[in-house]
Design a protein around this ligand. Structure first.
Ligand code: SAM
Length: 233
């Protein structure tokens, strides 16, 4: 992964943190020794003609395909994969330390139903086939609070349209955020483009909801008195 990142920087480009602290030698070894077995990156780089999602993910043995975008340290991704072995989970994350953490867990538990993409998610999004994904989750995308940084937000009109196209069904894409400003921003995109995007549902999560408190980031926000908003489209 580290070699691909330096050879193809455009694919891994992201405005936030890519590596927050120096990678430990053990993480470098894990990434160099095992990342390619679980990763889609080389395949994405080598795609010259149209390839189906099934070919890309080698997913024929699985009942469903679920994508988690920006899995952070992978707590929810690993838990989901361990408790649903019949489902193939695709984890997308640009933060190298997070990818190394997940890879460690994959090896430790011999997990066979995770594929990883360390590139900026848009590269994966661009090559997935229409109507090929069962569920997609974006749990607390980076909020980019400052107005001049809104253009960095992962959720924008272009990406919502692309996500809608790759999904098999309506209301199977979930976004949660602790940022009221991001929540309003996404709602605004939906309401001003109702002619091209199907309607979304939104709510404030409570303890009984599946995506409530699923990550350290989210638990910290809850502890600080923040609401967790969910949009489903
Ligand atoms: C605020 S963190 C939340 C992480 C995790 N979902 C959680 O709740 O703890 C957002 C994560 O999304 C990742 N991310 C942001 N934009 C991305 C992109 N375009 N492609 C892949 N990952 C992305 C960041 O690296 C970061 O780890």
């Amino acid at each position: 992964m580290l070699d691909l990142r330096s050879k193809f920087p455009d694919y891994y480009q992201y405005h936030g943190r890519n590596i927050s602290k120096k990678l430990s030698l053990s993480n470098v070894r894990i990434l160099n020794g095992h990342y390619s077995k679980y990763s889609l990156d080389k395949k994405i780089l080598n795609i010259s003609s149209k390839v189906s999602t099934e070919q890309l993910l080698q997913s024929t043995l699985f009942k469903k395909i679920i994508i988690e975008v920006g899995f952070g340290d992978g707590e929810y991704l690993i838990k989901s994969a361990l408790s649903n072995p019949e489902v193939l989970f695709v984890g997308s994350e640009v933060y190298v330390n997070g990818v190394a953490k997940v890879l460690k867990q994959i090896l430790e538990h011999d997990i066979k139903n995770i594929r990883l993409c360390g590139m900026n998610f848009v590269w994966l999004l661009n090559i997935l086939s229409q109507n090929s994904i069962d569920e997609l989750k974006i749990i607390n995308p980076d909020p980019w609070h400052k107005k001049r940084h809104f253009k960095r937000r992962l959720i924008n009109l272009k990406n919502i349209i692309k996500i809608s196209k790759i999904m098999k069904k309506k209301y199977a894409s979930y976004i949660t955020t602790d940022s009221e400003s991001y929540f309003n921003y996404i709602n605004e995109i939906f309401s001003s483009n109702s002619n091209i995007i199907h309607e979304n549902k939104s709510k404030i999560l409570s303890k009984s909801d599946k995506l409530y408190g699923v990550s350290r980031y989210q638990r910290k926000a809850i502890k600080n008195g923040k609401k967790i908003y969910q949009l489903t489209f």
